[in-house]
Write a protein that binds this ligand. Structure first.
Ligand SMILES: Nc1nc2c(ncn2[C@@H]2O[C@H](COP(=O)(O)OP(=O)(O)OP(=O)(O)O)[C@@H](O)[C@H]2O)c(=O)[nH]1
Length: 294
C-alpha cells in the first residue's frame, strides 16, 4: 500500500514537471506574442517559438479580410492546416508543411499551442480594423487624405532609394456643384461614390486611389513614369465620361479634369502635389474633361 502511494507520487511528480514545462512553453510564446499587433510579425514569432517542438519547413498564413498571404520557408509534402477563429470571428488560416508526416502527438501539441496565437491575432484584427477605418473615406470607400499624406511620403522615399519613377494623378469632377444644386446632396454623394469606383476600376490593384477632399481624388502610381501616367489618366478620363449615373428618372453624365505629375529630383511632397494640382486647374481652364501634364 505504501509502495503504491510512493509510486503514485512519483507519477504525479513527473506529470507535474511535464505540465509545468508545457505551461512555461505556453507562457513563453504568449509573452513573445504580446509584443506585436502585426499579423506577419505574430506568425513569425509563433513559428520561431514552436520550431523546436514542432519542426516544420514552411508556414503559410492567409487572411482574406485583410487580403493577406504570407509564406516563410520552403513548402514540403506533408501539411496540416488550421482555420483560426474565436467566437465566430475568422482570424485567418495557418498551414505548416514538412517532408515527414506530423504525428498525432505533435498535432495535439500544435493545437494546444495555437491557443496562444488566437487572442494576439484577435487584437491584431481589431487594431488593423481601427487603422483601416482611420485611413478610409466612409462615403467613397477610398483611402482618405491622411492615408495619402503618409503613403506619398513613404513612396517618395522608396522611389528615391530604389531610383524608381513615381507619378500622381489629380482627378477633379467637373461642375460638381451643379449636381448638388440640381439633384440634391444625396445624388451628389452617390455621384462621388460612383466616380470613386469607376476610377478604382480603371487602374491596377497596385495603384492606390485616395479622396483628396470634396470632389477631388488622387491616384498614386508607383514605378510609373510620365508617359504611362498620361495614358492611365486618359483612360480614367474616358472611363468616367463613358459611364452614366441613373438617379430616379434622371440619367447624369459626369466628366472630370485631370492633372498629372511625376517625381523629380529634390521634390518635396508639396512640389509634386502642386504640379499635379496646377495641371488639373490648367485642364479646367482649357475647357474641362481633359488631361494636362504638370
Ligand atoms: N454631395 C457632396 N458634395 C460635396 C462633398 N464634398 C464637397 N462637395 C461639394 O462639391 C462642390 C464643389 O464645387 P466647386 O469647388 O465649385 O467645383 P465644381 O462645381 O466641381 O466646379 P469645377 O471644379 O470648376 O468644374 C461644392 O458644392 C461642395 O459643397 C460631399 O461629400 N458630398
Amino acid at each position: 500500500m505504501k509502495e503504491k502511494a510512493a509510486e503514485l507520487a512519483i507519477v504525479s511528480n513527473k506529470s507535474f514537471e511535464a505540465s509545468t514545462a508545457v505551461n512555461l512553453h505556453h507562457y513563453d510564446i504568449s509573452s513573445a506574442l504580446q509584443t506585436s499587433l502585426e499579423f506577419i510579425e505574430l506568425i513569425t514569432i509563433f513559428c520561431n517559438k514552436i520550431q523546436a517542438t514542432i519542426p516544420h519547413n514552411s508556414a503559410e498564413y492567409t487572411n482574406s479580410e485583410f487580403d493577406l498571404t504570407f509564406t516563410r520557408g520552403v513548402i514540403a509534402r506533408h501539411s496540416c492546416t488550421y482555420a483560426l477563429k474565436v467566437e465566430d470571428q475568422q482570424l485567418g488560416e495557418l498551414k505548416l508543411t514538412r517532408s515527414q508526416r506530423f504525428s498525432k502527438d505533435e498535432l495535439r501539441m500544435l493545437e494546444s499551442l495555437l491557443c496562444c496565437l488566437i487572442y494576439p491575432l484577435k487584437n491584431a484584427t481589431l487594431f488593423q480594423q481601427a487603422l483601416q477605418m482611420a485611413y478610409t473615406d466612409p462615403l467613397t470607400k477610398t483611402h482618405n487624405r491622411t492615408a495619402f499624406n503618409d503613403t506619398l511620403m513613404r513612396e517618395m522615399k522608396r522611389a528615391n532609394r530604389c531610383r524608381q519613377n513615381l507619378s500622381i494623378i489629380f482627378v477633379d469632377v467637373d461642375h460638381f456643384k451643379s449636381i448638388n444644386d440640381q439633384y440634391g446632396h444625396n445624388c451628389g454623394d452617390l455621384a462621388l461614390a460612383s466616380v470613386a469606383s469607376w476610377v478604382k476600376d480603371s487602374v491596377r490593384a497596385s495603384d492606390i486611389v485616395f479622396r483628396f477632399g470634396g470632389e477631388e481624388f488622387v491616384v498614386l502610381l508607383a514605378d510609373t513614369h510620365m508617359d504611362d501616367a498620361n495614358i492611365i489618366a486618359e483612360r480614367i478620363r474616358t472611363d468616367i465620361e463613358s459611364h452614366t449615373l441613373a438617379y430616379g428618372m434622371d440619367v447624369l453624365n459626369i466628366t472630370a479634369s485631370l492633372g498629372v505629375s511625376t517625381l523629380q529630383e529634390h521634390d518635396t511632397v508639396d512640389d509634386i502635389i502642386k504640379r499635379a494640382d496646377t495641371a488639373m486647374y490648367q485642364a479646367k481652364k482649357l475647357g474641362r474633361n481633359r488631361v494636362c501634364l504638370g
